[in-house]
Write a protein of this length. Structure first.
Ligand SMILES: [Zn+2]
Length: 269
């Protein structure tokens, strides 16, 4: 995100002047800013400065506390909890609600919005309902297919070692893959890894910073979740639902951080 600042430039000195290097000249009504060094009139410029990415990534932790986001998160968590009781497809329905919501957060954040434009149109075909979940699962599959193949094809002792290395590569790839998956239509988009690799290639530094934040978020979020599980997990109904809300809030922060990364570097992507 960029902020606009006003800066004053002295043509004669060919230099920007900070406020303490300027003086006000002229009659009361039409005061002008002049250079305190040479006395020349200063030109006012509007400059766009980039806010540091880390500040925006940090602000993502406050995002689920925005009233509209908090309400949506609670509703999505409860809906996904109750969807699990639908016969046969309950588990898949519950998962696809979570993934669709998380993708929605990522897309809105990538557009620089703080609100969510929730699509209330219900998809007609069942396959469309599950498209976000399928894109999500395919992204995981693409991320770790190399490691899986190595594990099976090479066998011990080389297999596990190569699989570990390829698994790390997959872990680096996964967030970029999810950015692409969140923006896609249909089911099969994530099979093509080129767009995600392109994202990493264009902003490797910021991507690495975002990865650090994602790691931090997941450690703190799911650590807290494990801790609370012991404290309130036993409370009937309320306990599990509260844990579900907290789990989703953690995912929402991670999606927000990925969206913020895209938004802040949209000109390079
Ligand atoms: Zn000057």
């Amino acid at each position: 995100m960029t902020d606009v600042v006003l800066r004053r430039f002295c043509e004669q000195c060919q230099a920007y002047r900070e406020p303490h290097e300027t003086k006000q000249v002229g009659p009361e009504r039409v005061r002008l800013s002049a250079c305190a060094i040479c006395g020349g009139v200063l030109r006012t410029e509007q400059q766009r400065i980039a806010r540091p990415l880390t500040a925006s990534l940090l602000r993502a932790y406050a995002y689920p506390a925005l009233p509209a986001i908090a309400v949506s998160t609670v509703v999505a968590a409860l809906t996904s909890a109750f969807a699990a009781y639908v016969p046969l497809i309950g588990g898949l329905l519950s998962a696809t609600i979570v993934i669709a919501f998380v993708f929605l957060v990522l897309r809105a954040s990538a557009e620089g919005r703080d609100d969510l434009a929730i699509d209330t149109e219900v998809a007609e075909r069942l396959s469309e309902w599950f498209a976000p979940l399928i894109r999500y699962l395919l992204t995981w599959l693409v991320s770790f297919s190399g490691a899986l193949v190595a594990l099976v094809a090479l066998g011990p002792p080389a297999g596990p070692l190569v699989a570990f290395g390829l698994g790390l590569v997959g872990l680096l790839y996964l967030p970029a893959g999810l950015i692409v998956a969140a923006h896609g239509d249909g089911c099969l988009g994530p099979i093509n890894p080129v767009p995600a690799v392109r994202i990493i290639g264009r902003i490797p530094g910021p991507y690495a910073v975002a990865l650090g934040f994602l790691l931090l978020t997941s450690l703190v979020g799911f650590g807290l979740l494990a801790l609370l599980q012991r404290v309130i997990g036993g409370i009937a109904l309320v306990g599990p639902l509260a844990l579900r809300v907290l789990g989703l809030a953690t995912l929402v922060v991670m999606a927000r951080q990925l969206g913020v990364l895209v938004h802040e570097h949209r000109e390079e992507l």
